[in-house]
Ligand binder design. Structure first.
Ligand SMILES: O=C(O)c1ccc(O)c(O)c1
Ligand SMILES: [Mg+2]
Length: 629
């Protein structure tokens, strides 16, 4: 099958778009009319450029408001089509996409529409060209691919077929099973787009929020599986109208597009019970996080870890790297090597998390999947703390994810570190476990991050929520695996005045903004942190009054929460959530301590405006604080 993408999906000039498309490994492209009209390339230039780039021109599109007209308007529509045929022959494509009419003056009479397409098909055939009819979800009379299939069948010409566009069909909830009745020979092109589930006007949804497969919530995998099952072997072509893609880098978006199609085909063949084309998504669990602390002469990172209640348990045998633990299986590496990836990362971004390690069943398979998805793999990074080769993948923001399997983990810490505490015992107040990692992502990279994680690992994308920062709105989406052993949040700001955007400016890009550690006793932890002098984010009194009214909490409990600046949330099932935040290191990185009770599964979104406002206030506070945020 050809992998294709419509030029409308990317930013840039037509030439830039096509170069990015070819570089990403696509073998075909759709030429969107507006891109051609605005270009200084002639149709012949375009043909030569695409030939040079090794791209097949699968379609010229869209041809609008053609069918159901009468009199002069009909004659004009055919004249317009002939001009497009001239262009197509010069630019080297044999397919014109005709999307269903939105015109009020047009007729919806099927016999007339069939007659129009028969005549258009006959005229196209004399030039060796073909016509593909597409039902726009908001087409005035024709807005369902089942109707298009009937019309195409009635036209009965080999030069007239259909375009199936997953968005138009799935946004209208047309059952995937309807594909079973379609003759695959009549499908001239399949356009692929996913979209987040939203209840909105179809045209607006389509023009602004389409996204790539694996970035949205439509059943696109089932859709492709159904197409495979009826024997469709033509191109799959991404056609994505998305505001963020138009603002993003064409190279990045094109690479994402290929990644999305590779994962989609693999998922679809697995759904059909066939072997996949790449190793399957491995189950994952977060096993360590690594801080870059080469520039941290004052030991602020370690001071905070200590105050929170992690314990330093060992030192690397050959490197300036310390090992900390919060529990038996919660490892935090503090890397003070300046001549290292961690050191370079710290120079560039400041102190923070430069790598994480995840446990997978087989590290080579995980690396092979990442590679097949076009991700950058370091087979054995120089920073690897082990003498065994441990592959790592580079995230969208440049930090690393190490793949560790049981073989790599076997004796890893004991072998490589001088361990002072062979049997880990937690400090008073109990163990600390990884809860989640919050990432700040650039607005135009949000969907790239989403695709990175969902194509690589088996993670569920939760419903996106809007967080209100005093400086603007932040879009937030959580990704989590089945048992919660890997939880990530992606947070992208639309404006430039939020805490998230300040992070971007100080950090220079996308990265981890805070690490949430889970305790079984938040009050004990809060007392310990206070004694240790950890600067805690101060929460305003109004919040606690509101909390009491909202949940009917008793005075003593609310007083305890307030005394320790602990935020509280409760879900419909009686699950409870407690959160407390540290101030930030270098205006960038901070810690959150949480406690989850009764299977609370959220992230305290209801508290986020209060937290972000407190952080904003702290930002104005005097610089005499330990870590001014
Ligand atoms: O939004 C549109 O107008 C439009 C045009 C062409 C397409 O193929 C499509 O899916 C949508
Ligand atoms: Mg389309």
């Amino acid at each position: 099958m050809l992998d294709s993408i419509a030029t409308v999906s990317l930013s840039g000039t037509l030439r830039e778009k096509l170069e990015a498309i070819a570089d990403a490994g696509f073998t075909a492209a759709e030429i969107f009319e507006n891109d051609f009209v605005a270009s200084d390339l002639s149709a012949v230039d375009l043909r030569l450029l695409m030939m040079d780039l090794g791209l097949r021109n699968v379609v010229y599109q869209p041809f609008r408001d053609f069918e159901g007209l009468s009199g002069d308007a009909r004659i004009r529509a055919f004249d317009r089509a002939e001009r497009k045929f001239d262009l197509m022959q010069a630019m080297g494509t044999d397919l014109l996409l005709v999307c269903s009419s939105t015109l009020e003056v047009a007729s919806g009479d099927h016999a007339r529409i069939v007659a129009d397409f028969r005549e258009l098909g006959e005229r196209a055939a004399t030039r060796g060209l073909c016509i593909a009819y597409e039902a726009l979800a908001w087409g005035r009379y024709v807005n369902d691919h089942r109707v298009v299939a009937r019309i195409v069948q009635q036209v009965g010409l080999p030069s007239v077929g259909m375009v199936l566009d997953s968005f138009h069909s799935l946004s209208r909830k047309i059952p995937v099973s309807s594909l079973e009745n379609i003759d695959p020979q009549s499908i001239f092109l399949v356009q692929m787009a996913d979209a987040p589930i939203m209840d909105m006007d179809l045209l607006q949804w389509s023009r602004h929020f389409r996204c790539m497969p694996l970035q949205g919530g439509l059943p696109v995998t089932e859709w492709v599986a159904a197409l495979m099952q009826i024997g469709y072997q033509g191109p799959l072509s991404l056609e994505i109208f998305n505001d963020r893609f138009r603002a993003g880098l064409s190279k990045t978006i094109a690479v994402d597009g290929r990644r999305s199609l590779i994962a989609l085909r693999d998922d679809a063949s697995r759904l059909l019970g066939e072997d996949g084309m790449l190793p399957p998504r491995p189950p994952v669990e977060l096993t360590f996080v690594e801080f870059s602390a080469a520039q941290d002469a004052e030991g602020v990172v370690e001071g905070m870890l200590q105050a929170i209640g992690l314990r330093k348990v060992g030192r690397h045998r050959h490197r300036a790297v310390d090992l900390w633990q919060g529990s038996e299986n919660t490892h935090v590496v503090v890397n003070r090597e300046s001549h290292s990836l961690a050191g370079s990362f710290g120079l560039m971004h400041g102190q923070g998390i430069c790598a994480i390690g995840v446990r997978v069943p087989n590290r080579a398979d995980a690396a092979q999947r990442a590679k097949a998805l076009g991700m950058s793999i370091l087979e054995d990074p120089a920073d690897n703390l082990s003498r065994r080769a441990i592959p790592a993948v580079r995230t969208v923001g440049g930090s690393l994810v190490y793949f560790l399997d049981d073989d790599a983990l076997d004796g890893l810490w004991q072998r490589e570190f001088e361990i002072e505490m062979t049997h880990f015992s937690p400090v008073a107040g109990g163990s600390l476990f990884f809860d989640h990692l919050a990432t700040i992502v650039r607005y135009d990279e949000f969907l790239s991050w989403l695709l990175f994680w969902t194509s690589l690992f088996d993670l569920r994308a939760c419903q996106e929520v809007d967080l209100i920062d005093p400086g603007g709105v932040v879009q937030s989406q959580a990704l989590e695996n089945n048992d919660g052993s890997l939880r990530l949040t992606l947070n992208g700001a639309l404006g430039t005045r939020t805490l998230a955007s300040r992070f971007e400016r100080h950090f220079l890009g996308s990265g981890y903004q805070h690490l949430a550690l889970r305790t079984d006793d938040i009050f004990a932890c809060a007392i310990r942190m206070k004694r240790a002098g950890l600067p805690i984010l101060v929460i305003a009194r109004n919040y606690y009054d509101d909390l009491q009214a909202r949940f009917g909490l008793d005075d003593a409990f609310v007083a305890r929460l307030a005394a320790h600046n602990i935020l509280y949330d409760r879900d419909a099932g009686g699950g409870e959530f407690f959160q407390v935040f540290s101030r930030a290191i270098d205006r960038i990185f901070f810690f959150e301590i949480v406690q989850r009770e009764n299977s609370y599964n959220g992230y305290g979104a209801a508290n986020t405006q209060v937290r972000l406002t407190a952080q904003r206030r702290a930002g104005y506070a005097s610089n005499t604080d330990w870590f001014p945020i």
